[in-house]
Design a binder for this molecule. Sequence first.
Ligand code: MF3
Ligand code: CO
Ligand code: CO
Length: 251
Amino acid sequence: MNRKTAGDIKSMEKAGRMAAETLRFVEKYLKAGITTNEINDLAHDFILRNSAIPACLNYHGFPRSVCTSVNHVICHGVPDDTALKDGDLINVDVTCIVNGFHGDHSRSFLIGNVSPEVKKICRVAEEAMWKGIEILKPKVTTGDIGYRIDKFTQKEGYFVVRELGGHGIGRNFHEEPFIPSFGKKGKGFPLAPWCAITIEPMINQTEAPIKEIDIPGSSIKVYETGDGSLSAQFEHTVLITDTGYEVLTQV
Ligand code: MF3
Ligand code: CO
Ligand code: CO
């Protein structure tokens, strides 16, 4: 977990802002009828127009520039010719590279008229992410973060995904430490000032074991809920400062 220099931080801020601007740009097009490939192409072209690099494209063989995870898809959904429908929940996960540094950001979006259960899991996933972010400062541990996310999620009647979570980030897309969405207070890895991590809890409606689906030509897997129930996720890239934190993935 390496400390960022002042120069690194400038680049991380640019990469984070780029990811946030990309999501803000594609958000306008998220309506019933658009395909996930069209969402991918809008994001891809926007990132290139702004002189950044889409980190997902060819990452361990991943075939698209963003991940689009609809309804029961937990994460790493591969954009294809599926059109969004009224009532869908879609997570769009964008990672941009600027000056060699990564900014990783996702939000879940509601398509048209959604049921109260879709609305609720989306709200809880966003709040769960903030529960993890709010406490960030040096010496807070990965266990402290996970504990808070899990406690809040359980209180709302949902289940965190244990197999996947946040990560250190910088010149590499995924770095140490792993940031689980569950844990024990004071346990795990203590955060150091000027390191960067992502907070990205995945929240499921049920405890059904998750499914892993292969992507041809890639070592990345798509993850889905085992019983077809809903999953939602939000993600920010955050810098640990000397006294607290700075959210990097904002416009
Ligand atoms: N953006 C994802 C994360 O939050 C990783 C996607 S890797 C890809 O860590 F290859 F699927 F794009
Ligand atoms: Co991430
Ligand atoms: Co991401």
